[in-house]
Design a protein around this ligand. Structure first.
Ligand code: ZN
Ligand code: ZN
Length: 271
């Protein structure tokens, strides 16, 4: 979708995807993406975005005066996994131009006190963003690695999948929490599928080397599998359905159909 390190005219991004043309957080309505812009004027009062020693990027929330609130852009960042949206980070280089930093995952946030334009202290949110490459998992779920999850009933896995400690105090704990949740969701969908592809309804085509039916978790809405997920957006597919979902001529319609299937399954499970 975007090339890391490449420069883009910000206006062109909005012409293509929509979203707010100004400010640090842009939330296009018709695409499952959130575009973040760091280094925008006005974001810098008392606080500077940037990389930490742990390879996380600290990104100041939206709102230039008064306490920040979890509304609009800030809420969109916080809930991006639940809403099935990819976070894309850009840095402003010169007027109107931005450079693509990469796809990120929000692993948490901190509240700080910081002076505004007028020098008054106010509450700001600083989001911790980690490159999605830190979380990309293989298509195959290795059963021996997810032992802790496999023994659990669906309801427990579902709770694990939904629990995320975004306000954990250190960065490592937050990353582990995202990985843990991601693992729980992958096991959850495979157990939910019980050996039947949730796309075509056929039995898994073969057993893997641990003797388990081979199916792959697929993220319906985002372009990449891996990273934080939500049970509403993940489906267990046979390899053929999975390829179709990514590379098929009809992938858009196919994913829309998969979304309806998951919706029905989840509704019947929570009924
Ligand atoms: Zn299938
Ligand atoms: Zn996929």
């Amino acid at each position: 979708m975007f090339v890391i390190g490449q420069s883009y005219v910000r206006r062109d991004l909005h012409a293509r995807y929509g979203g707010q043309t100004q400010g640090g957080v842009s939330t296009p309505a018709s695409y499952p993406v959130i575009l973040l812009f760091t280094g925008e004027q006005g974001q810098q009062y008392g606080y500077q975005d940037g990389w930490t020693d742990d390879d996380a990027f600290l990104f100041g929330g939206e709102g230039q005066s008064g306490d920040m609130t979890f509304t609009r852009g800030n809420r969109a960042i916080l809930n991006h996994a639940e809403e099935g949206k990819d976070l894309h980070l850009f840095e402003s280089t010169r007027k109107g131009m931005v450079r693509y930093v990469g796809q990120m995952v929000c692993t948490g946030y901190e509240e700080r006190l910081s002076p505004d334009r007028a020098g008054l202290l106010r509450k700001v949110f600083v989001f911790e963003l980690v490159p999605v490459s830190a979380f990309i998992s293989q298509v195959h779920v290795d059963h021996s690695l997810e032992d802790d999850h496999w023994d659990q009933p669906l309801s427990v896995l579902r709770d694990r999948a939904l629990s995320l400690t975004l306000n954990a105090h250190d960065s490592l704990a937050r990353k582990q929490s995202v990985r843990y949740r991601s693992g729980a969701i992958r096991v959850y969908v495979l157990k939910r599928a019980a050996g039947i592809c949730e796309g075509c309804g056929q039995m898994a085509p073969f057993a893997d080397c641990q003797g388990m039916p081979y199916l792959e978790p697929h993220h319906i809405r985002r372009l990449t599998d891996g990273g934080p997920d939500h049970p509403h957006w993940v489906i267990a597919l046979c390899p053929v359905c999975h390829r179709r979902a990514h590379f098929g001529e009809d992938s858009r319609d196919f994913n829309a159909m998969l979304a309806r299937i998951v919706q029905d399954i989840e509704a019947s499970l929570s009924a």
